[in-house]
Design a protein around this ligand. Structure first.
Ligand SMILES: *[C@@H]1O[C@H](CO)[C@@H](O)[C@H](O)[C@H]1NC(C)=O
Ligand SMILES: *[C@@H]1O[C@H](CO)[C@@H](O)[C@H](O)[C@H]1NC(C)=O
Ligand SMILES: *[C@@H]1O[C@H](CO)[C@@H](O)[C@H](O)[C@H]1NC(C)=O
Ligand SMILES: *[C@@H]1O[C@H](CO)[C@@H](O)[C@H](O)[C@H]1NC(C)=O
Ligand SMILES: *[C@@H]1O[C@H](CO)[C@@H](O)[C@H](O)[C@H]1NC(C)=O
Ligand SMILES: *[C@@H]1O[C@H](CO)[C@@H](O)[C@H](O)[C@H]1NC(C)=O
Ligand SMILES: *[C@@H]1O[C@H](CO)[C@@H](O)[C@H](O)[C@H]1NC(C)=O
Ligand SMILES: *[C@@H]1O[C@H](CO)[C@@H](O)[C@H](O)[C@H]1NC(C)=O
Length: 538
């Protein structure tokens, strides 16, 4: 049915034969195609965009009316179109009171593969960089607005259908519609189907593996926002404990920086390299005593109330005997202040409880207590927790999942990924070696939430993130294809640290991140920048 794969490890998927029957008059087919379109599972849809985009063209989605909040940080902005493609925009009703806006990008030179991208935060934003990443590798690629517009979750207020889309149905709908459109356009089924996402998108990847196991052959799930309620509750408790930024309990940026320096002093060398990166955050048993305020102390010292808060931040959060959050991991303390004071924590938290948990917009964080956590956990709408550990259906269908989490993630704790991995192991009664057949987990050192950080953070893990090359060693998207189609399962994922995180400035160092449960140990010389000096040790 499909041309044989001509893959070699070095050049990876770039050599895969393009489909045997190239589309004639691609440009005119793109614009005429929409009028013939029918979608078998969804009768209520409309085509809003059908345009041919040549390589190098530039989209202005602001001018097209995208929700202004989606411009946040530039993370969702479209890069220049990488290859000639057909852009198809659709609005698909998922119920009488909800709809998903999606785009399918169909490259002229297709490899016959299908890719779905995910979303981020509470975001109802199409992630254009992921669309561009997918088509640059010849995937027919779909991305959706996740059922609402913009970064606010206010749309969920008394709108269960929109909430259901957000939790999982929008992803499902995008994939079913995207595959159908792709099949009609190229006149053949996609050979393999993939997913890439981080944060909320990492949770969506797990939602697929748990609930829609037939959707994908290969999934990349980064820094998943699973244990959703626990993650929100953890922030709620932290903000409540810290109080106002003028109180004695508040911990400011200077104190978090002092904390990080002391952590590095105590723990940086544990992995054999003094490089500002902890290879295994679990080995750092931090002692705050040297930072406690004393008469002769100069600099940012911690009073006992602050010290107790630090202890809680880095310990599991237990409610009624259940761990609902792993606690943070050490080594990136400076970044946590931006979570506490940034746009994600308090608004996201407040909106969730006000719009979803209580459907009472008068609710504020001032009203937060442990009973709210209990209420939210009991509610768990549409199973947003996404921590079902029985993924045997996905395994039995032959799916592969590459789960990764930055150990310097300031927003969603790597420990929650650890807990999930352990839960799957227990539920499936499997050893790590057995899980390796279909589920591989990477605790990636020195990477912040989804990208950035002091470590080798460029892994091709998202369209927004850089990568050193397109080879499977440097690009997660190539990696998952190699695993699914050639059985070349990842023993490591290699990251690259670019100078100032800017590829144009060159490579500072690269590092192979070990497959859990192995951890990196440095036996080389110097400060750890020698990639070959590192060894994965169990
Ligand atoms: C995109 O469109 C908006 C609104 O029309 C405009 O303000 C903006 O300058 C445009 N951006 C570019 C890069 O052309
Ligand atoms: C998103 O925007 C579209 C119009 O662009 C609108 O039809 C739809 O109702 C919006 N979705 C929500 C959940 O508000
Ligand atoms: C403290 O919080 C207030 C309002 O919440 C803010 O305006 C102010 O900038 C903050 N101060 C510092 C030092 O962060
Ligand atoms: C403060 O004094 C104590 C006892 O005199 C000493 O052990 C400690 O090292 C001093 N700390 C600093 C920060 O100088
Ligand atoms: C919210 O507060 C307003 C004004 O204080 C009040 O009129 C309204 O009834 C409150 N709504 C709810 C749901 O409590
Ligand atoms: C929140 O707390 C304030 C006082 O702390 C109270 O006046 C208000 O009614 C509470 N609101 C809700 C929605 O519980
Ligand atoms: C788990 O697997 C082991 C080894 O295969 C087996 O001996 C044991 O009976 C299994 N336990 C359960 C509860 O299935
Ligand atoms: C590590 O060592 C290399 C080579 O000696 C040097 O170029 C680099 O600046 C050092 N990096 C750090 C973070 O100290």
């Amino acid at each position: 049915m499909h041309a044989p794969l001509l893959l070699s490890l070095a050049i990876g998927l770039l050599t895969r034969t393009v489909r045997s029957t190239p589309i004639k008059n691609f440009e005119s087919k793109c614009t005429s195609f929409a009028s013939d379109l029918s979608i078998s599972k969804y009768s209520d849809f409309k085509v809003t965009i059908a345009e041919y985009l040549p390589a190098e063209s530039v989209l202005n989605v602001t001018a097209e009316g995208r929700d202004a909040s989606c411009a946040f940080g530039g993370y969702n902005d479209p890069p220049p179109i990488p290859v000639n493609l057909c852009r198809l925009g659709l609005t698909v009703a998922t119920s009488s009171s909800s709809e998903v806006i999606l785009e399918t990008w169909l490259p002229e030179k297709s490899t016959g593969r299908f890719l779905s991208a995910g979303n981020g935060g509470s975001a109802g934003c199409i992630q254009y960089p992921d669309l561009a990443y997918g088509v640059s590798y010849g995937f027919a690629t779909v991305a959706t607005n996740n059922g609402h517009n913009g970064t606010s979750s206010a749309a969920f207020f008394q709108a269960p259908e929109i909430l259901e889309d957000f939790v999982g149905r929008a992803l499902y709908t995008g994939v079913i519609v995207g595959k159908d459109v792709t099949k009609q356009f190229y006149a053949e089924d996609s050979c393999k189907s993939y997913y890439i996402g981080c944060s909320a998108g990492g949770r969506q990847g797990w939602k697929a593996a748990q609930t829609y196991p037939e959707l994908f052959d290969g999934i990349i799930a980064g820094a998943p926002a699973f244990a959703w309620t626990g993650s929100l509750a953890f922030l709620g408790r932290a903000l409540t404990d810290l109080g106002s930024n003028t109180s004695e309990s508040w911990i400011d940026a200077e104190h978090f920086a002092a904390l990080q320096s002391e952590v590095l002093k105590q723990c940086d060398g544990l992995d054999g390299a003094i490089d500002g990166i902890l290879e295994d955050t679990r080995q750092c048993h931090f002692d705050i005593t040297p930072l406690l305020c004393a008469k002769n102390f100069t600099g940012a010292c911690f009073n006992q109330v602050q010290a107790n808060i630090v202890d809680k931040l880095f310990s599991p959060f237990i409610v009624d005997g259940q761990v609902i959050h792993s606690g943070l991991s050490h080594g990136y303390e400076s970044a946590f202040i931006s979570v506490l004071t940034g746009p994600l924590a308090e608004p996201g938290l407040q909106e969730w409880f006000a719009n979803v948990v209580y459907e009472n917009r008068n609710w504020t964080l001032a009203n937060f207590s442990i009973n709210d956590v209990r209420t939210a956990i009991a509610l768990n709408p549409y199973n947003i927790e996404t921590i079902d550990s029985d993924i045997s259906a996905f395994r039995d269908l032959g799916g592969k999942i590459l789960h990764w989490h930055g150990q310097a993630d300031e927003l969603l704790a790597v420990g929650n990924s650890d807990r999930y991995y352990d839960a799957v192991k227990t539920t499936l009664n499997a050893t790590s070696t057995e899980l390796d057949d279909f589920y591989r987990y990477f605790r990636v050192s020195g990477v912040n939430h989804c990208f950035g950080g002091p470590g080798a953070n460029a892994l091709g893990q998202l369209g927004f993130a850089a990568r050193a090359s397109d080879s499977p060693e440097d690009s997660m998207l190539s990696r998952i294809v190699e695993w699914v189609e050639n059985g070349a399962a990842p023993e490591f994922v290699r990251g690259t640290k670019f100078v100032n995180d800017t590829p144009a400035l060159g490579v500072e160092f690269s590092r192979k991140h070990c497959k859990h449960p192995a951890v990196n140990v440095y036996r080389g010389t110097g400060n750890g920048t020698d990639e070959e000096g590192w060894t994965c040790v169990e």
